[in-house]
Design a protein around this ligand. Structure first.
Ligand SMILES: NC(=O)c1ccc[n+]([C@@H]2O[C@H](COP(=O)([O-])OP(=O)(O)OC[C@H]3O[C@@H](n4cnc5c(N)ncnc54)[C@H](O)[C@@H]3O)[C@@H](O)[C@H]2O)c1
Length: 254
């Protein structure tokens, strides 16, 4: 191996949330890197369209990842179509903004935990089990958030709790599976200009103040996350596991 060998050509990569803003860009990045991409998101036809736009070697998989019992079958179907997946990028997630902490309901709590945390854990478990069974090394990248560290605003406390748990769980998975050659890292975006960032009732002045809070003085764009994600999946990051990679324009520095 040379120092600058990405080692990604021909690899099968699963990207969840892959028809969303960041997921779409990340799926494109892996396709550009020569990987076969399993485009996973809720809507089958949106997944098919996105996969086809990447090229004929990619496939779309419509799946509600909250259906935990179906996750091993999803991993099996991807393997049958595209070969054993050795990279999993967990991007699917939701936010339910509430006015304040007093208006959070049990349903808000469950909805965010079910997809952001529970589905992520069990999909990763099913993915890693195949790697363990076949003695194959691999890499997982879990999308966290800067809110995992900052706590975020009062309308996003539960969401940020799921993101904090993702980073903590990433470290536990990294420790548990390092002996199997499975690296697990988390990536923390800052303020990204996608529909998820929309704060109901936010004035133009408040939005501008939010932008000015970023040292690089702009919001993140979906494509800003591609390089770091592909890097973490690659052999270039072969000695990295359990890291939380900061892609926030300097919003938080750690
Ligand atoms: N946008 C931001 O400012 C920001 C900041 C920090 C972290 N993040 C994280 O980055 C990731 C992507 O964010 P985005 O802005 O691209 O959001 P997005 O809403 O555009 O994408 C999320 C995707 O997840 C999919 N999804 C939701 N529930 C699902 C389910 N049950 N099964 C399968 N797929 C499901 C959605 O359909 C959607 O396509 C998320 O994990 C988010 O928490 C975003």
């Amino acid at each position: 191996m040379t120092h600058l060998d990405w080692g990604l050509t021909g690899k099968t990569v699963i990207v969840t949330g892959a028809t969303g803003a960041i997921g779409r860009a990340v799926a494109e990045g892996f396709a550009e890197a020569g990987c076969k991409v399993a485009v996973v998101d809720l809507d089958q036809s949106a997944c098919d369209t996105a996969a086809l736009s990447l090229g004929i070697q990619h496939r779309g998989y419509g799946a509600d990842l909250r259906q935990i019992a179906e996750l091993p079958g999803l991993i099996q179907r991807i393997e049958a179509d595209l070969g054993l997946a050795t990279v999993l990028v967990n991007i699917a997630g939701i936010i339910r903004r509430t006015n304040d902490l007093f208006s959070v309901t049990e349903d808000d709590w469950d909805a965010q935990h079910d997809i952001n945390l529970k589905a992520l854990f069990f999909l990763t478990q099913a993915f890693a089990r195949r790697l363990a069974d076949t003695g194959t090394p691999g890499s997982v990248i879990n999308y966290s958030s800067q809110g995992a560290l900052s706590g975020g605003l009062s309308g996003s406390v539960v969401y940020n709790a799921t993101k904090g748990a993702i980073t903590t769980m990433t470290r536990g998975m990294a420790r548990s599976w390092a002996p199997l050659g499975i690296r697990v890292n988390s990536l923390a975006p800052g303020l990204v200009d996608t529909p998820m960032l929309k704060v109901p009732g936010q004035t133009e002045a408040e939005r501008e103040a939010m932008i000015q809070s970023v040292p690089m003085q702009r919001l993140g764009l979906p494509g800003d996350h591609v390089g770091a994600t592909v890097f973490l999946a690659s052999d270039m990051a072969r000695y990295m596991t359990g890291a939380m990679v900061n892609v926030s324009g300097g919003l938080l520095m750690y």
